[in-house]
Design a protein around this ligand. Structure first.
Ligand SMILES: Nc1ncnc2c1ncn2[C@@H]1O[C@H](COP(=O)(O)OP(=O)(O)OP(=O)(O)O)[C@@H](O)[C@H]1O
Ligand SMILES: [Mg+2]
Length: 264
């Protein structure tokens, strides 16, 4: 009974453990404004590893949403590459990009973007249905997710009956419903009170850690940025060289201090 080969004690790590979840390589986005080609995102490069929580801090108009849309495959770079676990988001046709987007990325919007005619539960399971999955097969996991986010009692409610904080927690559940390795959040607290915003960021951090998802959160709020393991600083569409804070979460004062040093 020794025909099966023994399991090696030190198996090579799976490829996914060594390849970054997200690689951004010299990404540019130009837009034509009043007849002129203007760079809105300029030569942005960075990497995000599995389970990391990085924040990008930048003032209004610095290109945060434009950048995040490029990383989510909702828009195409004018130059440069976005790789999701090594797969080029820019390669292939619209169908290929849509598949990568659906399976690899969860997106959290400032204005929640919940569909008003669907219940909380239907909103949360919508990405599964779009991906061709039957939500029933995932019922236990989705219930667990709703519980983690403290919205399980709201399952049958319509979004219009929820508070802003509740809506954002539901949209976090929606973003995580397909178990993506990467979550992108665009100013998730922009429409919330300070207290609700703080809770949402803490929950986002907690839930993604539990599920092993990496988070990239863009914000102009130093308190949100301070919650990250890393903070990168975006100014006029470019990441400020050698300005990254590492080893977070940080004190909000540390983020303010670095902003002052950078003059942004
Ligand atoms: N469709 C567009 N056409 C032309 N210019 C645009 C377009 N979308 C954005 N911009 C410009 O690109 C710049 C960056 O916009 P973006 O929305 O990415 O900024 P942001 O950092 O997300 O700002 P905020 O914090 O206010 O959300 C702004 O100057 C904006 O006016
Ligand atoms: Mg924005």
């Amino acid at each position: 009974m020794t025909s099966a080969s023994p399991t090696p004690q030190t198996a090579a790590p799976p490829l996914t453990a060594t390849v970054p979840v997200l690689s951004v390589r010299s990404v540019f986005r130009l837009r034509t404004i009043e007849g002129q080609q203007v760079p809105i995102v300029r030569d942005v490069s960075f990497e995000l590893r599995a389970g990391e929580f990085a924040t990008i801090m930048g003032p209004s108009g610095s290109g945060k949403s434009t950048l995040l849309h490029l990383l989510a495959g909702l828009d195409r770079p004018s130059a440069g590459q976005v790789l999701l676990a090594g797969d080029d988001l820019g390669a292939g046709n619209e169908e290929d990009r849509a598949r990568l987007r659906r399976t690899r990325i969860g997106f959290i919007f400032q204005f929640f973007n919940l569909l008003p005619d669907l219940t909380v539960e239907e909103n949360v399971t919508l990405p599964l249905r779009i991906a061709g999955e039957r939500p029933r097969r995932h019922a236990g996991r989705i219930d667990g997710l709703l519980q983690l986010l403290g919205v399980e009692k709201l399952k049958k409610r319509l979004p219009s009956s929820l508070s802003g904080g509740e809506m954002q927690r539901v949209s976090i559940a929606r973003a995580l419903s397909t178990q993506p390795p990467l979550v992108l959040a665009d100013e998730p607290t922009g429409n919330l009170s300070s207290k609700a915003g703080e809770e949402v960021v803490a929950l986002l951090r907690d839930v993604c850690t539990k599920l092993g998802a990496a988070i990239l959160l863009v914000t102009h709020n130093p308190r949100d940025a301070a919650a990250g393991d890393r903070v990168l600083f975006l100014h006029d569409g470019a990441l400020r060289a050698n300005a990254e804070l590492t080893g977070g979460p940080f004190r909000v004062a540390d983020v303010f201090h670095r902003l002052q040093e950078l003059g942004i």
